[in-house]
Design a protein around this ligand. Structure first.
Ligand code: F3S
Ligand code: F3S
Length: 116
């Protein structure tokens, strides 16, 4: 799978969404997340992000692939969050119909404002 990391936080450029052939890039409150099971590893999203926030899973910089800022894990955990008591997103099979989700993993919520 591909992974979205810190440069996306509070920017949410969304150029990546238009490139994804399987619509597996989902919008949270502060960043977007790639569904680890729905992503088909085509690589189309990676070059279009203007801030280079997207990486193949093996290429995520260490600081963003390990605690306490593990974005690789955040791209998994986002889909397990209970959203407003309605349960987790799970694997919806397409982000367009889901729209913006009012959720982020707690440590992402707690990050200081980015991109000032
Ligand atoms: Fe974020 Fe880059 Fe996509 S900033 S929304 S990963 S184009
Ligand atoms: Fe989608 Fe391909 Fe990226 S499946 S998330 S555009 S690697």
């Amino acid at each position: 799978t591909y992974v979205i990391a810190e440069p996306c936080v509070d920017l949410l450029d969304k150029a990546c969404i238009d490139e994804c052939p399987v619509d597996c890039i989902y919008e949270g409150e502060r960043m977007l997340y790639i569904h680890p099971d729905e992503c088909v590893d085509c690589g189309a999203c990676e070059p279009v992000c203007p801030v280079e926030a997207i990486f193949y899973e093996d290429d995520v910089p260490d600081e963003w692939a390990t605690e306490p800022t593990n974005y690789t894990k955040a791209n998994v955990d986002f889909f397990e969050i209970d959203v407003n008591g309605e349960g987790p997103l799970g694997s919806p099979g397409g982000a367009a119909k889901v729209g913006k989700v009012a959720a982020d993993p707690q440590w992402i919520k707690d990050l200081p404002p980015m991109g000032e």
